[in-house]
Write a protein that binds this ligand. Sequence first.
Ligand SMILES: Cc1cc2nc3c(=O)[nH]c(=O)nc-3n(C[C@H](O)[C@H](O)[C@H](O)COP(=O)(O)O)c2cc1C
Length: 322
Amino acid sequence: MADMRTNLAWFQLPNPILTASGCAASGKELDQFFDVSDLGAVVTKSIMLQPRSGRPTPRMAETPSGMLNSIGLQGPGIDAFIADDLAWLAKHGARTVVSIAGGHTDEYVELAHKLRGHSAVSMIEVNISCPNVESRGQVFACDAIASSRVIGAVRRAADPAVPVFAKLSPDVTDIVHIARACADAGADGFSLINTLLGMVIDTDTMAPALGGVTGGLSGPAIRPVAVRCVWQVRHAIPHLPILGMGGIRTGLDALQFILAGASAVSVGTTVFGDPTAPMRILRELEQALDERGFATLTEAVGRAHHSAAYRYMPAAAEASAG
Ligand SMILES: Cc1cc2nc3c(=O)[nH]c(=O)nc-3n(C[C@H](O)[C@H](O)[C@H](O)COP(=O)(O)O)c2cc1C
């Protein structure tokens, strides 16, 4: 069977299957289904400085091939997270990617400081799909300057031994522009992608289905968008690793992300319906690589870019949208 070991910058993982932030809390719930230390890593729900109760209910709506959520950044705050969740993950031998979120740059910096020196933290994922309170609520990830400020500040504040990944939003005209700004600011890699902003209207009440009005669309519906983002960022910035995600349900879905240039993938929405999915996807991916003659996972990373039959030109690809 193929060697499934991979790296996210200098973080070494035994396999490329991670959970997605917000879709498996801090991993405790998954432990009844499989050993969380068998995952490449657990990615925790984005944590903020203070405890938060999230957005108004209802906070979930179904869509034809995905889910719309407006959970918001509900959580216990960083101190309780470190004392309880991080301690639990360390005790269970889980490699841990801590996702952090804030309303202004200083908040991200304080979070990064608080995580310094905790050996259980293998990597930091910076969720910048949050409203910037200093910029009339404009989402950091939709603005290259705001994104680079946060990523640069977190990189300087975080433990130098811990890679810092920028988690980008697909809700931008040019994701490569944002990715380049984050790379220039010192990002060690990218997590691609966060949810797409969406909305459902309940035709009985004739009102928005979600209490928060808009929400994040996830699941299979967004997979082609996610694969496209991974492809574009890999093409433009091939030296930085990518953690890919968006609608992964099977090993072949995961393989698409790997071939597009992701070194590892996160499984999110699928876990709500099938908590054992990450382990199944790992087995399926292993088999798919084997069937295609790959001795190692890393040989497959970005393989679709090598196709001699196809020359990718970003401008032409965008034009073809019409
Ligand atoms: C219920 C829910 C909560 C989420 N919470 C977070 C979060 O706290 N931080 C974050 O960066 N992404 C969050 N996400 C986004 C996921 O991590 C992931 O990027 C996205 O859902 C795409 O993957 P998927 O289609 O496999 O779910 C959340 C997604 C869902 C469905």
